[in-house]
Structures are given as C-alpha cells and as structure tokens.
Design a protein around this ligand. Structure first.
Ligand SMILES: [Zn+2]
Ligand SMILES: [Zn+2]
Length: 315
C-alpha cells in the first residue's frame, strides 16, 4: 500500500527546530537518515538533510512535504523563521529572513544542549539561530562537535541523540561553566525572537529586530575591532562567541561604551596621519550607510543615527 503521509507524525512543538523536527520524525518512523523524508517531498536536490536552512524557497513550495507531514506549508514556513511559534508567519518576514546556504541568521551546523534533549526529546529552534551559543536553561555552551569522534554534528543522522559514529550524545557529562557575560548575546537574540523576555535598559538593541541586531554587531566588529576570526560560515561556535563579545560591549551601557569606542577610534587616528577627523568618520559612515550599502543596511538605524550625532558634534 502506498502511503501519502508518514505513519507517525506528531505536530511540531512551538519552539522546535525545522531540521530537528525532520530528524525526530526520521527516528520515529524508523528511517536511517532524514534524506528519506526530504525525498518524499521531492526536496532531495537541495541536500537539506545536511543543512535544512539552506532551503531555497524559489525552488520549492514545500507543498508535497507538508502533505506527507500532514500539516500545512505555512506552518513549515513559520518553522523556517527565527521566531517562536507559528503565528509570526508572513510573506514579508519570509522574504526578510529567507533561508539560503549563506543565511546570516541560522547556523549551518546542528548545535544541541544534551541536558534539554534528555529532558524534552526535541531540538530547540533558538539553538539554530546563528549568534546563539548557550542554553539558557542549563547554563552551558551548546555542543556542536561530538565529544567522541570530534566531528561536527550534522543533521543527517539517525536520531537526535546519536552521532553518526554511534556515540550516545546524552551520555556526555562534560559541562563548561559559563559567566554572566557569556549569556548576554544569547539573551539579546532570544529576547528579540520572542523565545524568552529579558530586560536590558542599557542596550538599545533590545528594542529592535534580529536583522538590525545581526548587522549592527557585524558592522561594529568590522569598524571598531580587528579580529582573528571572521563571520564566515566556517567559523565555529566558540570563535563566533568570542567574536561577538566586543561588539556587544559596544552597545551595552549605552551610549557610554559606544562614545568611548568612537573617541578611541577617530580621535587617535587624527594624530597619526593628520587627516581631518571628520573625514575619517564620514568615510566609514558613507561606506556602510550611503551608496550601495545604504540599501543593504537601511534597517541599521541605531548605529546610523549614532554616526550622524557624532558627525554633528564635529561640525
Ligand atoms: Zn538545556
Ligand atoms: Zn561522533
């Protein structure tokens, strides 16, 4: 008999990861790899079993897959947005946070908290958001490499809790203690995506959207901090975590820290090459907020306004 839906197909949880959901269905239905499920939906050409967030919605509507999963495609689309729940789905948001193989919003690798997996049995969506590095419930860094074979965990495995080498990830006892500072970036991200509310009156990024947060941190990192790591898709979670600490500090204690970095960068430079201080500030402002980049960074308002205020002070 030909079945047009999976035999066992529970609903996704409100805060469940898309790739994690397919992986959960994989083991529930006794498949050995999630690629079997993606094949049902004719999505095999996109190799989503390795990185579900590389999904190109121009090539598929997820119509067939949603039929097999006995759900509607809008629900699956909502799972591909970096927000909690399914109600946030809209065409505008899908366009803004469109998944692709170089998405700045999602990690291309699977990261997990083994304690949560033991407790809840599913992969949480907020772990998939690129700048998230800790589990706020268990105060630990997320795991992205198998402690036994040392390979990155990938979504293409048999079950949520078993690595492809056969190691049962839930047996792992090691837990790195983390400081309050380590939580900051994750708190900011999951607050802005509606997973959990936090308050931080001293950081203006708490009042804006994920796209502005991500690009503000990247721009500040490029302008004000020289780093040995970069925001490439190859950057591992520990490197990314370190990379984000300084740019986050820039926005904390607003605007005191930010003023310090502005003065440090632009005032010192003047004494070195005698160039007009205002020219230096304008050069960076124009690069990121005018010309072609103006379109790319038009949502980055807090930083742009800070630049304009600083320029006014130099008049
Ligand atoms: Zn956890
Ligand atoms: Zn392994």
């Amino acid at each position: 008999m030909f079945l047009n839906r999976l035999l066992l197909c529970p609903e996704p949880y409100l805060d469940e990861s898309f790739g994690g959901y397919i992986l959960r269905l994989t083991s529930l239905n006794f498949y050995d790899k999630p690629s079997w499920i993606y094949k049902l939906g004719n999505e095999s050409t996109q190799r989503l079993e390795f990185n579900p967030y590389s999904l190109d919605l121009n090539k598929t509507s997820l119509e067939i897959l949603s039929g097999y999963l006995h759900t509607n495609k809008e629900k699956l689309y909502a799972m591909l947005l970096p927000f909690k729940g399914f109600s946030k789905y809209s065409v505008d948001l899908m366009f803004k946070y469109m998944t692709n193989s170089r998405s700045p919003y999602f990690s291309s690798r699977n990261r997990i908290c083994v304690e949560c997996i033991k407790e809840y049995g599913f992969i949480k969506k907020y772990w998939d958001i690129k700048f998230v590095s800790v589990c706020v419930e268990h105060s630990c860094f997320l795991m992205e490499k198998c402690p036994f074979c040392k390979k990155y965990l990938d979504y293409s495995r048999k079950s949520i809790s078993i690595c492809n080498c056969g190691f049962d990830l839930t047996k792992y006892k090691g837990k790195r203690n983390i400081s309050n500072l380590d939580f900051e970036i994750t708190k900011l991200i999951i607050h802005s995506c509606g997973f959990k509310a936090y308050e931080n009156k001293g950081n203006p990024l708490y009042n804006t959207n994920l796209d502005e947060i991500v690009d503000s941190l990247i721009i500040v990192s490029r302008i004000f901090f020289t780093n040995k790591f970069s925001f490439s898709i190859k950057t591992n979670l520990t490197e990314l975590h370190e990379l984000l600490k300084d740019p986050l500090h820039f926005f904390q204690n607003w605007p005191i820290n930010c003023n310090y970095y502005f003065n440090d960068k632009y005032q010192n430079k003047m004494s070195i090459n005698n160039k007009n201080q205002r020219d230096d500030v304008l050069e960076d402002y124009n690069y990121y907020f005018k010309g072609l980049n103006k379109i790319r960074y038009q949502h980055v308002q807090i930083l742009r306004e800070r630049y304009l205020d600083y320029l006014k002070c130099l008049m």
